[in-house]
Design a protein around this ligand. Sequence first.
Ligand SMILES: Nc1ncnc2c1ncn2[C@@H]1O[C@H](COP(=O)(O)OP(=O)(O)OP(=O)(O)O)[C@@H](O)[C@H]1O
Ligand SMILES: [Mg+2]
Length: 258
Amino acid sequence: MSQAPVNDGTGPAADPLVVLNKVNKHFGALHVLQDIDLSIARGEVVVVIGPSGSGKSTLCRTINRLETTDSGTITIDGRPLPQEGRELARLRADVGMVFQSFNLFAHKTVLANVTLGQTKVRKKDRATAEATARTLLDRVGVGAQADKYPAQLSGGQQQRVAIARALAMDPKVMLFDEPTSALDPEMINEVLEVMQQLARDGMTMVVVTHEMGFARSAADRVVFMADGRIVEEAVPDRFFSNPRSDRAKDFLSKILHH
Ligand SMILES: Nc1ncnc2c1ncn2[C@@H]1O[C@H](COP(=O)(O)OP(=O)(O)OP(=O)(O)O)[C@@H](O)[C@H]1O
Ligand SMILES: [Mg+2]
């Protein structure tokens, strides 16, 4: 049975930057994304939560086309996501992505990690790219680590480098897929603080996270997914204090009570 999601968010995005319209995706028999409609405004911070296997990562991965879709459309800043080729590479560069695992190039220095995409994809000259990289590394608090290799950094430092690397491409939107869940507890806050600052600076962000404190303080809207659908969306206060759907109530009772 198809059920319209409970929507108590801010209504249709005023100035939509990312728009998913009736997006469907299957993995074989599994209908992993089901009629996903989601419009994200410029400068908006959307936190996506939901049970394991509900399709949160797949949703992120379709937005920068690491996964294809079966039907529906995705537009970024008014332009449909291209299927492939140079156009796709350029559009993908508009979408910064930070994963659970740090995905830095192990054999390159921190500085080189943050410089590479700028010279290769954005065609900046090396000096300009390095200057940008150093500014961004300072901004996320790891400027002193620029000449080290990833393995010489803590997990929290590596994740902040990954954020700087994504920012170096000057993305229009940043996607975070559980960026703190592989970190030791004492390193979680340093990464969340960088993300909080980004949000305050007006970056458009989609964040999959189990950090409900972050969701409460940084999100403009919480999107709750279950079984491949958006079941409920609302401003954080409303969502956490008064979830409407049974699925969301059940999920919150499990994660908030231990
Ligand atoms: N490449 C793949 N091939 C087949 N099935 C997949 C693939 N990737 C994901 N799935 C399945 O799709 C469903 C949704 O996966 P997804 O990773 O998007 O969930 P999630 O909400 O991010 O879960 P988690 O909270 O555990 O990260 C799961 O049942 C998963 O097993
Ligand atoms: Mg996931």
